[in-house]
Design a protein around this ligand. Structure first.
Ligand code: SIN
Length: 284
């Protein structure tokens, strides 16, 4: 039987009593999905998954996205991995990085929100973890919106924001992009600052990523000031929860209403994660 154990923070819950390497009954899947809508980020501990099993579980939520393009200098070399399993790792083998993001801090972001149709969700499975560091933080964007002062909430109603496609979450320039020097010219999708979750119907703040963001229609200085205010509010500790990894953890987050970030870690330690992404729909 599926047991849901909330983290006690404003998001995050452990799901117990499920072996994700095996097919899941409709009833158990319904309970998992319900818990996911309520807690935004689910953790399944002590799993033993190969890529096929990771993909099969992820695909029960929706169609999988193909791997995103990697930043300059990063080569994905795991030839036997599916096109749908992305390796997140600092490990270098035979002079080549086996995955993306290295050991750097990854700043708060929503996965691929620079696309017109960002993914609905991501699942991240831990194969090797460093002795310390590399924790992954999550932020509840419903709570971020609901706790905004009413005047600020009114001010952002109807406004949108450009989500930068030039840099990845650790600040590396993506292949084919130039460095942005004026946020009014930032490349990337424009999304509403407040979006409605298509399943829960609840409104949440949708910030995506701070670097090079811009609110069209505002003076640059006004846009910067408003974004700084919104970001400082959104990522307050009371809106957040952090995952400290164990090997065998699978974390699944709702990319529509939760942002995430990662602590840096010792580059001499190994961290190997396999990740899937589930297709989403256009934010509204
Ligand atoms: C990510 O931003 O998707 C990676 C998170 C992590 O490595 O913990």
């Amino acid at each position: 039987m599926v047991e849901v154990r909330p983290s006690g923070a404003v998001l995050g819950a452990d799901i117990l009593g499920v072996d994700l390497s095996q097919p899941i009954s409709a009833a158990a899947f319904g309970a998992i999905r319900g818990a996911w809508m309520q807690h935004l980020v689910l953790r399944f501990r002590d799993q033993r998954l190969n890529d096929d099993q990771l993909m099969a579980f992820s695909a029960s939520f929706g169609a999988l996205d193909r791997n995103p393009r990697h930043a300059r200098g990063e080569l994905r070399t795991v030839e036997d991995s599916s096109a749908y399993v992305n390796v997140i790792s600092n490990v270098v083998e035979n002079g080549k990085a086996i995955g993306g993001l290295g050991n750097y801090e990854s700043l708060w972001h929503t996965d691929m929100s620079y696309n017109a149709i960002p993914p609905m969700a991501s699942a991240l499975y831990a194969l090797e973890i460093p002795p310390s560091g590399g924790d992954t933080g999550f932020c509840n964007m419903y709570a971020a919106l609901e706790s905004l002062p009413p005047t600020l909430r009114q001010r952002i109603a109807g406004l949108s924001c450009v989500h930068d496609s030039s840099l990845n979450s650790v600040g590396q320039l993506r292949v084919g992009f130039e460095e942005v020097t004026d946020p009014r010219k930032t490349p990337g999708a424009v999304h509403p600052l407040v979006r409605t979750h298509p399943v829960t119907g609840r409104a949440c703040l949708f910030l995506g990523r701070r670097r090079n963001a811009y609110i069209p229609g505002l003076e640059l200085a006004e846009s910067e000031a408003l974004l700084d205010t919104l970001w400082a509010h959104a990522v307050k500790p009371e809106h957040c929860w952090a995952q400290q990894w164990q090997v065998g953890d699978l974390i699944m987050w709702d990319n529509r209403c939760a942002m995430h970030r990662r602590d840096e870690f010792d580059g001499n330690a190994r961290r190997v994660m396999h990740r899937t992404q589930i297709s989403g729909d256009r934010p509204f």
